[in-house]
Design a protein around this ligand. Structure first.
Ligand code: AKG
Ligand code: FE2
Length: 328
């Protein structure tokens, strides 16, 4: 987590593109699988309001009513109650020894939002309610933010293209549909004793995300950790107005492993011994994917001869559904 890239605070996509220093995107993604973009919180523009902790709080008491809206793998929309998702560490030898216990319940719940309109699936919006704590405008705000993040995905893929010596627009037709997922996460308040009593207790278990990149927006509570190339988990300390961008497994596969996906997890925040309670933590993850109908095979420039391609081609949608199905 030592690499930081800066996006100019200007909102035009052209100046954003120019402000992304290519070597500071492609190089750290290849080495660490993670970068931080500062000045890109996306909440500075009223047209792209970032989901706030207040939005999460408005939503979370309603979650209990959402049993009808629970997500299934293919739809990937709706509410995921605590314990429903079980993040699985990578099976390629990078996982921590003893770091995964099947019986551990991850202390989190989430609400998943997909692209609109969609041919088959609808989002499970809560009923709009007037008054304090109401959810008026919630769906519109979320979809505006969805669009802002979708654009940022395109920009980052352009930076990656140029970093690989490809035409800037090389990936545009791979990511223009926006088959992405906006996830609002709530990690409930928890007693420090829970972590003391259960070795391996986590808020979110170690895992890699599945798609191309993930944009992560944290509150100021802390607890997110990223595994460094040395195998040590390091704190991804929250920095205001900063987005953590993690490379996902499909990007690693697509890049013939030139880019590494990032192992990360959420544990109890850094604290001293006197702390008895960890307050709730809220975060927003925006999982980006190539268009579901696109065949993903090694990008040009990541192999010399056919035999150097490490993976079979697979469509983005098939890949994602396989990965999601394994976690439920
Ligand atoms: O809450 C966070 O900071 C991380 C969430 C995450 O890694 C995930 O939902 O895949
Ligand atoms: Fe993740």
């Amino acid at each position: 987590m030592s690499e930081t890239s800066t996006i100019a605070s200007s909102r035009s996509s052209e100046s954003r593109r120019q402000a992304i220093d290519l070597s500071s995107v492609t190089h750290p993604l290849g080495q660490y699988g993670t970068i931080r973009l500062t000045g890109a919180s996306a909440d500075e523009s009223s047209s792209s309001t970032k989901p706030s902790a207040a939005d999460h709080r408005r939503l979370s008491p309603l979650h209990a009513q959402y049993t009808h809206g629970q997500t299934v793998a293919a739809a990937n929309r709706g509410y995921l109650r605590q314990g429903r998702e079980k993040l699985i560490p990578p099976e390629d030898g990078r996982a921590s020894e003893g770091g995964f216990r099947k019986e551990i319940v991850e202390l989190k719940e989430s609400f998943e939002i997909g692209r609109e309109p969609h041919e088959r699936y609808a989002n499970h919006w809560p009923k709009e309610k007037e008054g304090e704590g109401g959810l008026v405008g919630f769906g519109d705000d979320m979809m505006k933010f969805f669009g802002t993040c979708k654009d940022l995905h395109v920009q980052v893929m352009r930076a990656i293209a140029m970093g690989l010596g490809l035409d800037e627009s090389h990936f545009d037709a791979y990511v223009d549909v926006g088959d992405n997922t906006l996830r609002l996460l709530h990690y409930p308040q928890v007693d420090a004793d829970v972590f003391k009593a259960n070795a391996g207790q986590v808020r979110a278990g170690e895992h890699c995300d599945y798609g191309s990149i993930t944009l992560l927006f944290q509150d100021d509570r802390g607890g997110l950790q990223v595994k460094s190339p040395s195998g040590k988990f390091v704190d991804a300390i929250p920095i205001p107005d900063t987005v953590v961008i993690n490379a996902g497994d499909l990007l690693a596969r697509w890049s013939n492993d030139t880019i590494k996906s990032t192992i990360h997890r959420v544990v109890e925040p850094p604290h001293d011994a006197s702390v008895q309670v960890f307050p709730p933590r809220y975060s927003v993850a925006y999982f980006c994917n190539p268009n579901f109908d696109r065949l993903i095979e090694a990008m040009p420039g990541t192999y010399n001869a056919e035999v150097e391609k490490k993976y079979e081609g697979i469509t983005s949608g098939d890949y994602l559904v396989q990965r999601l199905a394994a976690t439920f």
